[in-house]
Write a protein that binds this ligand. Structure first.
Ligand SMILES: NC(=O)c1ccc[n+]([C@@H]2O[C@H](COP(=O)([O-])OP(=O)(O)OC[C@H]3O[C@@H](n4cnc5c(N)ncnc54)[C@H](O)[C@@H]3O)[C@@H](O)[C@H]2O)c1
Length: 332
């Protein structure tokens, strides 16, 4: 397949590009490079690379592709809170326009990076794809609105698929430490304590960033009838954790690190535990490569090898929001 990956220079994209190439696909990457020079390790370049804003692509650019894997976005809740309007422009309007152009260009498959964060404060602790959503932030609202509007474009020649990804963690050449697992582990490695900003009780479904990339590949390669206009939670039933469980896992790796509740954010209203049966049903052969424990061991080893320091923890390099604030002119 000829695949256009947007946001290929991000945390998940850095895994997706090599996986697609290994599976024999030809990849064009499109990324505005917001996090240029924040890389941790070498990345694999796609065969063709466009350093461009996805909002400026044309129908002609999309012609000749078999699939679009759309990851480019302002990629978490705090970023959405900095500028909700910009989040809607990029994550919602940008995504819908891209899907409309893909359809017009004859691209038959469109895989959208949605998020389990749309469940917000889950009505029950076993949310599946048919349950009512409760998006609490501009970021989460941008994702659910995109799902609805892109879904309406589905027809015999255009098959969107919506991956409601769990919260990612783990090693990537484009490391982020603004995600809960990575944050707690990086904190312990660099500062010697495990600082929890909430009361530790919220549930989160977790998934290794490479497993999200693997799910994109598997759903992109699945037959159309299985994934046409499908919304699917991406994660594993056994991979739902309370934040305090994550802290305990960090402590197993770094027994000297003390768990500290900073109380910074008070009670976290986002609390969702997610059911992933549909993913197993649609892709019975797809298994997650990582458990939380395995992914944390790998990242711990990487952080140690890189001599991850207090300066690294406090700096901009691995925290999207801090870098974004300095680069806003690129996307405004
Ligand atoms: N990381 C997670 O926990 C998680 C969970 C669920 C869903 N997702 C979704 O998966 C996708 C990828 O997440 P990530 O963690 O790799 O994020 P990331 O921030 O590391 O990467 C996003 C990439 O998109 C690019 N980008 C942003 N706006 C752009 C624009 N207008 N034009 C072109 N490129 C642009 C950035 O430069 C960056 O390289 C996002 O859509 C995110 O919302 C992520």
């Amino acid at each position: 397949m000829n695949v256009l990956v947007t946001g290929h220079k991000g945390y998940i994209g850095a895994h997706l590009v090599p996986l697609l190439i290994e599976n024999g696909h030809t990849v064009t990457g499109c990324d505005i490079n917001l996090y240029e020079s924040t890389g941790w390790e070498e990345t694999v370049a796609p065969q063709t690379e466009w350093i461009r804003d996805v909002r400026n692509l044309s129908v002609e650019d999309l012609r000749g592709h078999d699939a679009v894997m759309h990851l480019a976005a302002l990629s978490n809740d705090p970023m959405g809170d900095v500028d909700a309007e910009l989040t809607y422009q990029i994550n919602l309007e940008g995504s819908v326009k891209l899907a409309e152009m893909a359809k017009e260009a004859g691209v038959s498959r469109f895989l959208f990076a949605s998020s389990c964060s749309i469940y917000g404060k889950g009505a029950k602790l076993d949310m599946d794809e048919s349950d009512p959503v409760n998006p609490l932030t501009a970021y989460a609202k941008s994702k659910i609105e995109s799902e609805k509007r892109i879904s309406a474009l589905a027809d015999d020649n255009f098959s969107p698929t919506f991956l409601r990804n769990a919260t990612a963690y783990g090693h990537s050449p484009m490391l982020r430490i603004d995600l809960v697992v990575n944050n707690l582990l990086a904190c312990a490695v660099s500062q010697g304590n495990i600082a929890i900003k909430s009361d530790g009780s919220p549930w989160r479904p977790l998934i290794h960033c490479k497993d999200i990339a693997r799910a994109f590949v598997a759903l992109g390669e699945a037959s159309r009838d299985k994934v046409h206009n499908l919304i699917v939670n991406v994660g594993g039933n056994k991979e739902n954790f309370q934040v305090k469980d994550v802290a305990d896992e960090v402590q197993k790796l770094l027994p000297e690190a003390e768990i500290v509740y900073t109380g910074e954010v008070g009670e976290d209203p986002r609390n969702y535990k997610v059911n992933f049966d549909l993913l197993n049903f649609v892709l019975p052969d797809f298994q997650l490569e990582y458990t939380l424990q395995k992914g944390m061991q790998e990242l711990h080893q990487k952080l140690t090898e890189h001599q991850f320091s207090e300066q690294d923890f406090a700096g901009d390099q691995f925290v999207r929001l801090r870098t974004l604030k300095k680069r806003l002119e690129l996307i405004q």
